[in-house]
Design a protein around this ligand. Structure first.
Ligand SMILES: *Cc1c(COP(=O)(O)O)cnc(C)c1O
Length: 382
């Protein structure tokens, strides 16, 4: 954490702290890896963190947006993302969301079913426009990540089965309201094994060969997002390994002449720049355990409760205490799953200490809730 405790001490807790300088360096690192490729386009996945100032900074740096709801499309437009740079995915797009996207003239609908294609064609035709679409194909890859965030297996609800690719494309090409552009994929989140992306490239290469034999050309390929971050060592790995990520695609994907390649990174862009700041309310001495009870809970960061996710926790107040103790760090919410971490060693911790729950910039504030009638906490950009 780059911020002096004297600044942080004044904040009411819980709150989110966003390091905009780290965000700027992260965006620069992405630019550096993609600058040589005019045909690479990176869309920030807004669902990871939709704070208006964060969106504004990412839009101003020249990135596109990946949206999964009408609300996100509106947030992207408000933040200054050009409509043409907006991609819209999601298995269940409501009519009003489609109409909003058509009216704005977004760059791409990532269509996830034939049923959606038919509704989109109807709505586009009746408003005298054509929707640019890609089909989200389910490549049947079991990515090495948590069950709840793997999305590209045949049994997952996302996308269209590979075997149906030709028939859905033919259908789309015959529709007056549809402008078929290409294919979209997204195999999961928090992926750290580049082999998963390599497998994706191989699937796409096979699909392209097969489609070409059918006389079908793709103008666009979108490989989704999913690049993971290092939750264990946020200071040692403040910026994800974008080099390994982009070169995996450069080396493995057989792009055709003029083909555009799109990426949709969420977590990797914003996770490390965010911290959930919380105060210790009590040290509770249980019969077998010592609990650090803090004023933040699953309402501010649900990832540990939802996915059993690990977030590093630093006691910012206890820097010069020498004793360490094994604690469970828990929130105040009336759910047993409201536990940030179990059996975790911290310096001896006291009421009033400030704790930093690290790597909370992605899927933290964006998933916050009012459960237990709690107020949504403020966020501070530093
Ligand atoms: C969530 C999502 C992303 C971003 O995923 P990250 O793991 O945060 O990079 C990209 N594309 C789609 C379609 C998504 O649903």
């Amino acid at each position: 954490m780059a911020f002096p405790i004297t600044t942080l001490r004044n904040f009411q807790t819980p709150c989110y702290i966003y390091d905009t300088a780290l965000l700027a360096r992260t965006l620069d690192a992405i630019h550096a890896e993609t600058a040589e490729h005019d045909n690479y386009h990176v869309h920030y996945a807004i669902k990871a963190n939709a704070h208006p100032a964060i969106l504004h900074q990412i839009a101003a740096a020249g990135f596109g947006a990946d949206c999964v709801s009408g609300g996100e499309i509106q947030a992207a437009l408000d933040a200054g993302f050009p409509a043409a740079s907006i991609a819209f995915a999601g298995v269940g797009k409501a009519d009003w969301e489609i109409q909003l996207a058509l009216k704005a003239g977004i760059g791409m609908f990532n269509v996830e079913s034939v049923e959606e294609l038919e509704v989109l064609n109807e709505l586009a035709t009746s408003s005298n426009t054509r929707a640019r679409i890609s089909f989200r194909i389910n490549p049947d890859i079991d990515a090495h990540t948590h069950d709840h965030i793997t999305t590209g297996r045949a049994e997952d609800k996302f996308g269209i089965a590979m075997e149906q690719t030709v028939s859905v494309i033919r259908k789309a090409q015959a529709m007056t309201g549809i402008d078929f552009q290409g294919l979209h994929f997204h195999i999961g989140s928090q992926l750290l094994v580049m082999d998963d992306f390599e497998t994706l490239c191989q699937r796409i290469n096979e699909l392209q060969d097969m489609l070409e034999a059918e006389g079908i050309h793709l103008a666009n390929i979108n490989v989704g997002g999913g690049l993971g971050i290092n939750y264990g060592d946020p200071d040692g790995h403040a910026i994800p390994d974008f080099h390994a990520y982009f070169t995996t695609f450069t080396n493995n994907l057989q792009l055709r002449q003029g083909q555009q390649l799109h990426f949709e990174l969420g977590r990797a862009v914003v996770a490390q720049m965010g911290t959930l700041l919380t105060r210790v309310l009590y040290i509770k001495h249980g019969t077998e355990k010592q609990f650090v009870i803090v004023d933040a809970g699953m309402t501010e960061l649900i990832r540990p409760a939802l996915y059993g996710a690990f977030h590093k926790i630093d006691n910012l107040t206890a820097a010069d205490r020498t004793d360490s103790v094994v604690y469970d760090v828990v929130g105040p919410i009336c759910e047993s799953s409201d536990t940030f971490i179990k059996d975790y060693t911290l310096p001896e911790t006291r009421r009033g200490d400030l704790l930093a729950i690290r790597s909370a910039g992605a899927y933290g504030e964006a998933m916050a809730s009012n459960y237990n009638c709690r107020h949504l906490p403020p966020s501070h950009l530093i």
